[in-house]
Structure formats: structure tokens, C-alpha cells
Design a protein around this ligand. Structure first.
Ligand SMILES: [Mn+2]
Length: 324
């Protein structure tokens, strides 16, 4: 789908459901809201839908109070953002029951092109960047839309620190600052506010730090009891994996989270050369080369053993072919 096809779709249809993945992050929320606000400006009916709780730190985003979790309504068009596959949306019904036409806009390399129309660009830092390019010159990017897109890009690039930070994404950020977005304000909202519970949780999680593969792998885990003791929820665990990734000599960081019914969620981060999206894919997960995740229906200890063995193998293989 190119830009012309997108506007043809907008012209021909009236109601739009803009959706994104469960465990929402800055890119999913920001891009959903930016596109929702733009479609409203074009006189369309547009409803943002994310089937999960919106973390408190993203509540400052204009339009976030419009987000609903589910809908029994059917729209002309369902636009899924930042989802490599249908499962990520976390909906109970088939997509065609939400929208007559399904549009898939994403930047995951692993995207399976599940839409009737697909706009997938894995070179984009974020879906926010793709939305900017869709809107640029067609819809006035006002302050509210700018703030949402800025937050998409700044969160998916880890404050312009990750390898997906490109000249294109930096230029867009500059234009958004021109629209009045204040980087220091966004930073304080998103990166510099921590609950006491998150600090207490961090304290106990750091005690679980373990190394393998000569210090190239660092892993952490979170049990249900640790969450309870810190009076923390999942949101409070945000970013903890980076403490493992940032240790000198570490290439891959892994965070294991214990869930109900023997389910364990696994987060991966890498620094330079291991493609963790391939690792996550081994366990039916997905993501990006430097940040990915999966869920495994096994208790924490067994999951740790299986996953860490897979990471060790990946490190060995990659070391063999490594050129830098
Ligand atoms: Mn994203």
C-alpha cells in the first residue's frame, strides 16, 4: 500500500478502528493516537482500541482518554499498528468482525502481511515515523499529533540511543520540536518518573542477576512473589532488563517473568551482533534484532534452562561468523 492508496481508502470509507498490541508501549500508543487524531481531523469516525491497560506514564498523551479496550461495533476499516501478527492484538474475535477492510501498518521485519492492505517498512525506527510520512503534507500535523509521534519515535529508539536511530527519524523529531514539542517534558513523563514499587522491585530483581557464556549473557528473573512483596505490577518492571544489557561485556540480556498457570514471559535485548528476534522466533515469539520477546508454557526454572541454552548456542554460532 502506498500513500495514494491509503488516502483512497480514507476517502472511500467512514468509520475507522485504530488498534495496536497488548502490553502497549510508547510507539503503539503514540501511533494509534496520532492516526486517530488525524482521521478525526479529516472528518472521519475514528476509535482507538488497545486491549490492555495503558501505563500511567503515557496518560499525558493527547487523546489517551479516548482509548477503549474492546468493541462490539464493526467498522469500515480496522487499522492495526505495530503488530507483526494478529495474535499481538489480543482480540477475541477474528479481525474481519472488527473491520470490513483490514490494514496492517508496521515496522517489524517478522511481519506476516495479515492485512488486506499492508504497509510494512522495517527500516522505519517506529510506526510513529511511518505515520508521520503518511500524514506529512496531507493532514496538518498539529501539536497534539506531533506530541504523539514524537513519543512514538523517542521511545522506540530508546531516546535516540538505539541502532534504529536514523537520519530520517532524527529529521522528523526536529520537525516535531518545531511544532512545539518539548523533549525535556516528554522525557520527564516517560523516562524519569518511577514509582516506589518499581524501585523496590528493581532491588529484588537485581539480586537474581546471573551470567553465562563468559559474561556475554546476563539474565534476571521476576517471580509472582517478588511483584507482590514490592506491591508492584507489570508496568513497574519496565526497563529493568536494561540493567543487565548495560553491563560491560554483555551481549545478550534476558529477563524471565513468572505468570499464572506455569507460563513464563521472556524478554531479550542485545547490544551489537546477536539478532534476538531470531531467538524469540525459536519460541514462537518475535520482535526486532535488538529487542524481542516470547512466552513459554513452562515454569520459570525450566524456561530459564531451555532459553539460556538457546542463547548460548546463538552466541557460539554468531561468534564463529562474526566480522567485527
Ligand atoms: Mn514499534
Amino acid at each position: 500500500m502506498d500513500i495514494a492508496a491509503f488516502y483512497e481508502l480514507v476517502e472511500k470509507n467512514h468509520s475507522f478502528m485504530i488498534a495496536s498490541h497488548v502490553a502497549p508501549d510508547g510507539d503503539s500508543i503514540g501511533s494509534v493516537l496520532a492516526l486517530t487524531l488525524a482521521l478525526l481531523k479529516l472528518g472521519k469516525k475514528a476509535v482507538p482500541v488497545i486491549n490492555d491497560n495503558i501505563p500511567k506514564k503515557y496518560r499525558f498523551l493527547p487523546g489517551s482518554n479516548f482509548i477503549i479496550k474492546e468493541t462490539s461495533e464493526k467498522y469500515d476499516v480496522l487499522i492495526a499498528l505495530d503488530c507483526g501478527d494478529i495474535e499481538r492484538l489480543g482480540f477475541n474475535r477474528p479481525l474481519k468482525e472488527y473491520g470490513t477492510i483490514v490494514v496492517n501498518i508496521d515496522h517489524h521485519k517478522s511481519n506476516i502481511y495479515f492485512g488486506d492492505l499492508n504497509l510494512v517498512d522495517s527500516s522505519a525506527s517506529s510506526v510513529g515515523e511511518i505515520i508521520y510520512r503518511l500524514l506529512d503534507g496531507k493532514v496538518e500535523i498539529d501539536f497534539d499529533i506531533a506530541l504523539n509521534i514524537f513519543t512514538s519515535i523517542i521511545t522506540d529508539t530508546g531516546s535516540i540511543r538505539y541502532s534504529n536511530t536514523t537520519p530520517a527519524s532524527l529529521k522528523i523529531l526536529a520537525k516535531l520540536v518545531d511544532k512545539g514539542v518539548r523533549p525535556d517534558y516528554v522525557s520527564r513523563q516517560v523516562f524519569e518518573r518511577r514509582s516506589l514499587a518499581s524501585i523496590l522491585l528493581l532491588k529484588s530483581v537485581l539480586n537474581t542477576l546471573e551470567f553465562s557464556a563468559d559474561g556475554k549473557i546476563a539474565s534476571l528473573f521476576i517471580t509472582k512473589d517478588m511483584l507482590k512483596a514490592a506491591d508492584a505490577d507489570e508496568e513497574d518492571a519496565d526497563g529493568i532488563i536494561n540493567y543487565a544489557r548495560e553491563i560491560e561485556g554483555v551481549e545478550v540480556a534476558v529477563l524471565f517473568k513468572e505468570y499464572e498457570d506455569g507460563l513464563t514471559k521472556v524478554g531479550f535485548r542485545s547490544n551489537e551482533w546477536v539478532d534476538v528476534s531470531m531467538l524469540a522466533a525459536e519460541f514462537n515469539g518475535g520482535g526486532h534484532p535488538r529487542a524481542a520477546g516470547c512466552q513459554i508454557k513452562l515454569p520459570l526454572e525450566e524456561t530459564k534452562e531451555i532459553v539460556l541454552n538457546a542463547v548460548k548456542l546463538a552466541i557460539l554460532e554468531d561468534t564463529g561468523e562474526r566480522c567485527n
